[in-house]
Design a protein around this ligand. Structure first.
Ligand code: NAD
Ligand code: DAU
Length: 347
């Protein structure tokens, strides 16, 4: 990318969430000359305080609105002369998509579609954040490559696959300048504690049981959120328009191995682990080949073990961030999701 088309004014949807807020902090740190408008509905997972240290910056502003609101979106893009949209906004948790799937279609499918329409009307480049879950579960001897067929298996994954394909359809049909990254399972600072690593870390700190679904031998590529941010930056600056790039470490571990790292990092007893009723349709293994992104010069900084340990440490050092979340509306969700599951397990 030349200096002429270097993105100067970014609209980052979902910028108050986990990966979005890490990306905004990273991007402004690397490119202090650019302006970022965070566009976020502030659902339970979106938190202004994730960017508390940055709101005073003249380069950052917040629009609180839904990506499905075309007028608000068009206004935000026009008023701020946006030249790149980075779409993190989504409903993101597989378990929530099993409990209440329709909002996943509203935001992830319709919301992404509205974004594409606005990008088309105003001629703006769009980068879309997709996921390794679109490939479905992967047999033992395979690593997903970007040209593999999509075979999603949960309502969340299906909504993300639909969004991913809509983005590709707009590139083909309207020649819209788009890029897509498909991220592995991220861990790090500011991840809402419904997700496994922050849930297990915060439960361990509180001396509560660690609910491992099924046998715990499912395989995931636990990637540090920093490496996801540098991967997205690489695609924004050096990626080929119209292309899809996998972002992960290319190495997996079992959930039980992940739990061991969390407990060992925090110095907690392994007797906290409980095997509970499995997630319906639980994908057994995700694994992606990341050579295409590496060919652009990108390398992950963390291996998955370091990534999980760093994340666990962050929750030990940042109780002030997660304590108010855990004692609020989160309790209701936790009861619904785990009370019955944990009731029958021996302590
Ligand atoms: P998150 O749940 O922490 O944050 C989602 C953000 O989107 C929140 O700030 C929320 O308020 C906002 N949002 C939700 N619905 C919205 C709407 N209708 N309009 C505007 N804003 C809305 O999610 P995350 O883990 O940071 O994931 C970000 C993106 O990355 C998602 O697209 C997700 O599918 C994708 N992804 C996540 C992971 C992961 O491991 N967390 C891995 C690969 C891809
Ligand atoms: O793989 C990428 C995906 O990673 C992203 O696309 C999603 O947005 C992100 O949320 C994450 O997917 P999940 O929603 O499945 O992540 P979660 O942390 O819930 O689960 C990770 C693994 O841990 C999975 O195999 C299920 C298991 N697990 C999870 C929870 C919450 C448990 O064993 N027990 C639990 O209580």
């Amino acid at each position: 990318m030349t200096t002429d088309n270097f993105p100067k004014r970014l609209l980052v949807t979902g910028g108050c969430g986990f990966i979005g807020s890490n990306f905004v902090r990273y991007w402004l740190g690397q490119h202090p000359e650019s302006r970022v408008v965070v566009y976020d509905k502030l659902t339970y997972a979106g938190r202004r305080e994730n960017l508390a240290d940055l709101w005073d910056s003249p380069n950052l502003s917040l629009v609180v609105a839904d990506i499905g609101d075309m007028d608000a979106l068009r206004r935000a893009c026009k008023e701020n002369q946006i030249d790149l949209i980075v779409n993190f906004a989504a409903e993101t948790h597989v378990d929530q998509s099993i409990l209440g799937p329709l909002v996943f279609t509203d935001t992830n499918v319709r919301g992404t579609h509205v974004l594409l329409e606005v990008a088309r009307q105003l001629g703006i480049r769009l980068h879309h954040i997709s996921t390794d879950e679109v490939y479905g579960h992967i047999r033992d001897d395979h690593q997903s490559v970007e040209t593999d067929e999509l075979a999603p298996r949960s309502p969340y994954a299906a909504s993300k696959a639909a969004a991913d394909q809509l983005v590709q359809a707009y590139a083909i049909t309207y020649d819209l300048p788009v890029t897509i990254t498909r991220g592995a399972n991220n861990v790090g600072a500011y991840q809402y504690p419904e997700k496994a690593v922050p849930l297990f870390a915060t439960n361990a700190i509180l001396g509560e049981a660690i609910p491992v679904y099924g046998d715990g031998l499912q395989m995931r590529d636990y990637a540090h959120v920093h490496d996801h941010c540098t991967g997205i930056e690489t695609v924004l600056l050096h990626g080929q328009i119209g292309e899809v790039y996998n972002v992960g470490t290319g190495r997996e571990m079992t959930n039980l191995e992940m739990v061991d790292i969390v407990l060992d990092t925090l110095g907690k007893d392994h007797s906290l682990v409980r095997h509970v009723t499995d997630r319906p349709g639980h994908d057994r293994r995700y694994s992606m080949n990341v050579d295409k992104l590496k060919a652009l010069g990108w390398q992950p900084k963390y291996d998955p073990k370091e990534a999980v340990a760093e994340a666990a440490k962050w929750y030990a050092e940042n109780q002030a961030w997660w304590e108010p979340i855990r004692s609020g509306e989160f309790r209701e969700y936790y009861e619904k999701q785990y009370a019955e599951r944990l009731a029958g397990t021996p302590s």
